[in-house]
Design a protein around this ligand. Structure first.
Ligand code: C8R
Length: 250
């Protein structure tokens, strides 16, 4: 009897866990009024299920991106690096669009997933961590790389990048913003990039920071660059307040 109970509970837990992730995926997807979320789930899970978790490349999500293509995002694409809470608050209150405001970005924001060789399941623990030391080609990292590439391809007109003025390197060439997105912004589709440096502490970096010279060098010729720094220690909510009151603009 004890064995049966233990087996029953552990089976229930395993099935429950798997169902949790899948139903979170489908519920979030359905907030976008899509009727094909089950198909999107199937296409998504094919990218990593039954795979070695260090061999899932960004190209493995190509079919997923085809299943949920992005509309052109003109004059409202908001990129960020190391400023996720700022970007999220600003995007929530304005017309600016981050990847998290698109179907796939919203659906997978904050989640961890991976597969296992010889298993049909999706796991949410024991997955490779984000850091490269584990393995670069892991399911989560490769997804964000692929989705960010699509997001940058959809951007047009004037774009904004929210960077961290509290960081030693507000523009990091190894971040997704620095290694993927910036390289895919092409003139004349994209006309300008406005960098906004935000900080919560006494800022370390302003617009004269050397890493921003690297950023300008990485930008496609023809794209107009500008930069401003809020120069103050504001929290994300204060920035949003100032933005709404018209005392601060992106
Ligand atoms: N982007 C990248 N990573 C994202 C993401 C997103 O939209 N959304 C989430 N939740 N994540 P970082 P970065 C998660 O180092 O590398 C796009 C990832 O799981 O601060 O420059 C977005 O369009 C990972 O844990 O920034 C943005 O412009 C961190 O957030 C850049 O790429 C990576 O965050 C930001 O990527």
């Amino acid at each position: 009897v004890v064995v049966i109970i233990v087996l029953g509970v552990s089976l229930g837990l395993t099935v429950g866990k798997k169902k949790d992730f899948k139903s979170t995926f489908i519920d979030r997807c359905e907030t976008f009024k899509r009727s094909d979320c089950k198909n999107i789930w199937k296409t998504f899970s094919k990218a990593y299920v039954r795979r070695n978790n260090c061999t899932v490349r960004m190209e493995d999500y190509n079919k997923l991106m085809d299943a949920a293509p992005l509309e052109p995002l003109c004059n409202k694409a908001l990129f960020w690096s190391d400023t996720k809470d700022f970007a999220r608050s600003i995007a929530a209150k304005t017309d600016n669009k981050t990847l998290e405001k698109t179907l796939l970005g919203h659906t997978l924001d904050g989640l961890t997933w991976c597969g296992k060789e010889g298993s049909d399941e999706t796991f949410t623990s024991g997955c490779p961590s984000w850091g490269k030391d584990d393995c670069e080609n892991n399911p989560v990292r490769s997804f964000w790389k692929r989705a960010s590439a699509a997001f940058a391809d959809a951007a047009c007109g004037d774009v904004t990048a929210l960077l961290n003025g509290d960081s030693d390197t507000p523009f990091s060439p190894t971040s997704i913003f620095g290694s993927i997105e910036i390289k895919r912004l092409k003139y004349p589709r994209v006309k300008s990039m406005k960098v906004v440096l935000v900080s919560k502490k006494k800022p370390k970096a302003d617009c004269s920071h050397p890493s921003l010279v690297d950023l300008q060098n990485a930008l496609d010729a023809g794209i107009n660059y500008s930069c401003r720094s809020n120069g103050h220690k504001f929290s994300a909510s204060v920035i949003v307040y100032l933005l709404l009151m018209g005392h601060f603009s992106l």
